[in-house]
Design a protein around this ligand. Structure first.
Ligand code: FES
Length: 204
């Protein structure tokens, strides 16, 4: 029987697999993934007006983050590992608002230990509460130049504010509050909708 390995059909399949791998690879690149996500987003005018935006989080791997735009602001969507979640309670004593008592910073349904609906998926507005810079996602639990005891989270390079992986700000930082959590909900397991609370999901 002839070897079909180099047939046009198989070459086409190989190209398809390469393209698929490239897309998944882009997810890990953070900001580089934004154009990919934008293909699911409404028009710029609709976003400015506050229209909800949705994204498929299937390809988002543990320790990765995607950024999408909603109301002209970046929204950070991360998939947090068990390890990242387990460390959160141990940080409470170092944080300014560990219980998310400031109700301006998140909806009621995100006023919990992970500041989220699903513990594994973090959803935060990526604007530092000090002067509005974009905090950097530093998910790994390892010594960092700005903190030898780093347990994963966000670091704002502008004036060195630090937040944990739930967006809770550490004490004695320039930033005065936790990163905001936007309204959001899930449709099924893998579609995240930013801009609509769970209680309003499905409303006309
Ligand atoms: S803007 Fe983030 S610390 Fe100043």
């Amino acid at each position: 029987m002839a070897n079909q390995g180099d047939s046009p059909v198989n070459q086409g399949r190989r190209r398809f697999l390469t393209a698929t791998t490239t897309v998944v690879g882009a997810v890990g690149a953070g900001f580089a993934a934004v154009p990919f996500i934008k293909s699911w987003s409404p028009s710029e005018r609709a976003k400015q007006a506050g229209a909800p935006v949705s994204m498929d989080i299937t390809a988002l791997q543990e320790g990765q983050q995607l950024t999408l735009a909603w109301r002209g602001q970046p929204v950070f969507v991360s998939r947090r590992s068990r390890k990242m979640l387990d460390v959160l309670p141990s940080l409470d004593g170092l944080l300014l608002d560990p219980k998310s008592d400031n109700s301006d910073q998140q909806p009621k349904y995100a006023q919990n230990g992970t500041r989220s609906i699903r513990p594994d998926i973090g959803v935060l507005i990526g604007v530092c509460t000090h002067l509005g810079c974009a905090p950097e996602f530093k998910p790994e639990i390892k010594p960092e130049p700005f903190d030898p005891e780093w347990k994963g989270g966000y670091f704002c390079p502008c004036h060195k504010s630090r937040y944990d992986a739930a967006g809770r700000v550490f004490k004695n930082m320039p930033a005065p509050a936790n990163l905001p959590v936007p309204p959001y909900h899930f449709e099924g397991d893998n579609t995240l909708v930013i801009g609509v609370d769970p209680s309003n999901a499905g409303a006309a």
